[in-house]
Write a protein that binds this ligand. Structure first.
Ligand code: ZN
Length: 564
């Protein structure tokens, strides 16, 4: 239903001839001619899909306008030209008559429906005198039946992991046993993080933030969904069009971001930059979505939604070598922390089709190789395999099935600064284009978690472990003491659980081992009397008795030092 409301000095109207043959049968006794003064004219078109349920809303709207413009006179004026999607005359008449009735006690007259009419009006000039409105019937949403609910519930609950082809230390099996995350076909290629899995992810992000802060990075966060225009400018729309999730808002096309870079470009451009701002290192832990065929998805290694630890570095040619060296240092720092060794490193050089200055290609390829040589990393050169916008270095790791996965990358970009017209003012006062690097270290946080889950076989180092300490009671007499110890460790910020059930120690230990707790704390009569605790470290046969304070100091040290 569309309306145009006009506050007028007067209106005169007159029916000329029938527009609908059967109009006299559908709507007998209409007024063929009329006039009104100091009135609100409601020109109205009833559309397909409109129903009586919309009437209260439109009546309310008309009453509101009459009170705003201080008039009691209303002319309902059927005006088909407002819409190209008209309802049937039969239902339009019913709705129009209802509206007229509901408008009482206002003085309402209704111009004839289904006739060609002539009219003369004089509209007042104030801001409220012309208002158009659209009213939509709210779709009646019928709830589904109990049977349908039961069927849907069965469908959405199906998410059993097929373990038949997986290695025993496959992260999918470990994640399942340890209750770290799950997958569900309702969101293919996307992770449902359970509390313990999310704990690991958050610890990795904390570690990343600490290192990047020390390395003088700044962190930003950009929107998840951005206008198509931005992606046309960045080149993602045409290049990866089919691999993107599209959506829309107010008739504008939007993309769910497959990369963080274009958002970062917009942030760069919000303020003018000078040489003093460079090198500018800007990080973003951003969630990105890329369409992948469902058949290629595999646990945390290949996903549709993942978290990138992105950063963009803007620098001068002179700063480039130092910046790349620093990135490689950062990469090594993070991977050494987990005792992970790269399977191989690849340097990809200029392809045939490329953009950018040849001098910059020469310079950067030379610098990248020089740094790789100096770092004593084993690397191969992929001649001609670089992106069209710049050379890159990729770092690969192996998984439990001996497949290699790319994690860290460093990539020079000569296209985006050009496309987004990035600049900085140099010492000589001239505007110059910065050199831009993209780099990720974990790559995809999800993939990295998959790799370390397999690497540690689920026995995570204490500082990221979601299962640090399991307290177990030898018998019910130690229950109260165990609760006291539990509360103390929990308040100290540790990931601690208590099993004080009346079951055998063997069962309790087996359970704790599946969960790969770093420390088992066993409490019985003896410990209770001595005010001590018996501690067994994962993988060690030795049980050590100590005070709670000694234990806390020991594990706090282990956490701070991020011991493996
Ligand atoms: Zn980027």
């Amino acid at each position: 239903m569309k309306t145009l409301n006009l506050h007028c000095d007067y209106i005169k109207f007159k029916a000329l001839k029938r527009a609908l043959k059967s109009i006299e049968e559908i709507a007998p006794n209409q007024i063929m001619e009329g006039e009104s003064k100091e009135c609100l004219i409601v020109m109205i078109a009833i559309e397909k899909g409109d129903s009586e349920s919309t009437i209260p809303e439109i009546v309310h709207s008309i009453k509101k306008i009459t009170s705003d413009v201080k008039t009691e006179n209303v002319v309902i004026y059927p005006y088909a030209h407002l819409s190209s999607n008209l309802s049937s005359p039969e239902s339009a008449i019913i709705i129009l008559n209802k509206i007229r009735e509901e408008l009482s006690p206002l003085n309402v007259i209704q111009a004839p429906f289904g006739y060609y009419k002539t009219f003369e009006i004089k509209v007042k000039g104030h801001p409220l005198s012309e208002l158009s409105r659209e009213f939509k019937t709210k779709e009646e949403v019928k709830d589904i039946s109990d049977k349908q609910i039961a069927n849907l519930l069965r469908t959405i609950s199906k998410s059993k992991l097929d373990t038949s082809k997986l290695a025993e230390n496959d992260h999918r099996i470990i994640g399942n046993k340890m209750n770290l995350w799950s997958f569900n076909n309702m969101a293919p290629g996307m992770v449902f993080w359970h509390p313990k899995g999310l704990h690991i992810k958050n610890k990795l992000i904390d570690f990343w933030r600490e290192l990047h802060r020390n390395a003088k990075y700044q962190e930003i966060s950009t929107p998840q969904v951005m206008d198509k225009k931005l992606w046309e400018l960045s080149g993602h729309w045409s290049k990866y069009g089919e691999n993107n999730f599209r959506t829309e808002y107010e008739k504008r096309d939007f993309l769910v971001k497959p990369m963080n870079c274009p958002g970062g470009m917009l942030v760069y451009k919000t303020s003018p930059k000078t040489y003093k701002d460079l090198p500018l290192r800007v990080g973003e832990i951003g969630i990105v979505h890329r369409v992948e065929l469902s058949g290629t998805l595999g646990g945390l290694f290949r996903l549709i939604q993942f978290t990138q630890d992105d950063a963009h570095i803007f620098c001068t040619e002179e700063q480039l070598e130092n910046e790349v060296t620093k990135i490689i240092e950062l990469i090594n720092k993070i991977f050494n922390q987990f005792n992970l060794k790269f399977d191989h490193v690849e340097l990809s050089t200029r392809p045939e089709k490329r953009v950018g200055d040849e001098k910059v290609w020469d310079l950067t390829e030379k610098i990248l190789e020089k740094i790789l040589k100096k770092s004593k990393m084993k690397y191969t050169i992929n001649e001609g395999d670089g992106a069209f916008y710049g050379p890159k270095i990729d770092f690969h790791l192996k998984d439990s099935l001996n497949r290699t996965w790319q994690c860290s990358t460093i990539q020079l970009d000569m296209a985006l600064p050009e496309r987004f017209d990035l600049s900085y003012q140099d010492k000589d006062g001239l505007l110059k284009k910065p050199i831009m690097l993209h780099r990720v270290i974990y790559g995809s946080l999800e993939r990295f978690i998959g790799i370390i889950t397999e690497h540690f076989n689920g026995k995570f180092p204490l500082w990221i472990s979601p299962n640090q300490i399991k307290i177990m009671t030898l018998n019910d007499n130690a229950k109260k003491y165990a609760q006291e110890i539990y509360k103390d460790l929990f308040s100290a910020g540790l990931e601690v659980e208590l099993n004080d059930k009346s079951e055998s120690m063997g069962k309790k230990v087996r359970e704790a081992q599946i969960q790969r707790f770093n420390y088992l704390v066993v409490l019985g009569e003896k410990e209770k009397i001595e005010r001590k605790i018996a501690v067994k470290k994962w993988g060690s046969k030795e049980i050590t008795t100590m005070t709670l304070e000694e234990f806390k100091n020991k594990i706090k040290k282990e956490i701070v030092q991020k011991q493996l």
